[in-house]
Design a protein around this ligand. Structure first.
Ligand SMILES: Nc1nc2c(ncn2[C@@H]2O[C@H](COP(=O)(O)OP(=O)(O)OP(=O)(O)O)[C@@H](O)[C@H]2O)c(=O)[nH]1
Length: 206
């Protein structure tokens, strides 16, 4: 039977330290390209909760993008097991990298086994002058941190160049879909299994 994907709402929560580029990541994705100079400077980054329609593998879907802190997460009442959490740090900020664990702990207070993608932002900084900055967080460090916090994956991006942005959201949608469809199939199967209790009851009454 054809599934109705129009009813699917992929919720993606984006958290991380101030200034790591959360709004830019979300805006870059929702505008399908590198940010224009005005958006990039942050002057028009106004929304924190936004729903958009996308096509994924030829299926229409709705995505709700939420940017915020732990208060924002608590405000959203219906957090579900298949929602996606992007924990962002900036690759030019060791402090934001060190704070990833704090964000992971906050999320786990709300949902014990969340779907986390760890996202290293602003990777265009790495290529500045063709040289690595000494304080920069490397890809290996990102992978290591993702393992430490039990994230599904470590991914990197730049809102300045759009590099890696679409991939992060494609991956988020894939994780959501896999979990949602699996849960739906399990529910269907459970209807097909005869209940043991009902058998016992009929024996007693005979
Ligand atoms: N070079 C570079 N700078 C970026 C990138 N993304 C964001 N920035 C810069 O970082 C600043 C902060 O980005 P925001 O998206 O506002 O960061 P935020 O995490 O939403 O910040 P808060 O709203 O304070 O939580 C922006 O004004 C941009 O100038 C990027 O990919 N590359």
């Amino acid at each position: 039977m054809e599934r109705n994907f129009n009813n699917f709402l992929v919720k993606i929560f984006c958290v991380g330290d101030d200034g790591v580029g959360k709004s830019c990541v979300m805006n870059s994705y929702s505008s399908s390209g590198p940010l224009t100079p005005s958006l990039f400077k942050g002057s028009e980054l106004t929304w924190t909760d936004y729903t958009l329609s996308v096509t994924h593998n030829q299926k229409p879907l709705k995505i709700r993008l939420v940017i915020g802190d732990q208060n924002e997460l608590r405000r959203i009442k219906q957090i579900e097991f298949n929602d996606i959490f992007l924990i962002c740090f900036s690759v030019d900020s060791k402090v934001s990298y060190d704070n990833v664990e704090k964000w992971s702990t906050e999320i786990k207070k709300i949902l014990p086994t969340p779907n986390i993608l760890l996202v290293g932002t602003k990777i265009d900084y790495r290529k500045e002058g063709g040289e690595f900055k000494p304080s920069i967080v490397t890809q290996e460090m990102g992978i290591e941190k993702a393992k430490e916090i039990n994230a599904i994956k470590y991914m990197e991006c730049s809102s300045a160049t759009y590099e890696g942005i679409k991939e992060i959201f494609d991956e988020s949608i894939n994780i959501y879909m896999t979990k949602k469809l699996y849960a739906q199939d399990l529910r269907k199967k459970s209807f097909l299994i005869p209940k043991k209790n009902s058998n016992k009851k009929s024996c007693k009454t005979q």
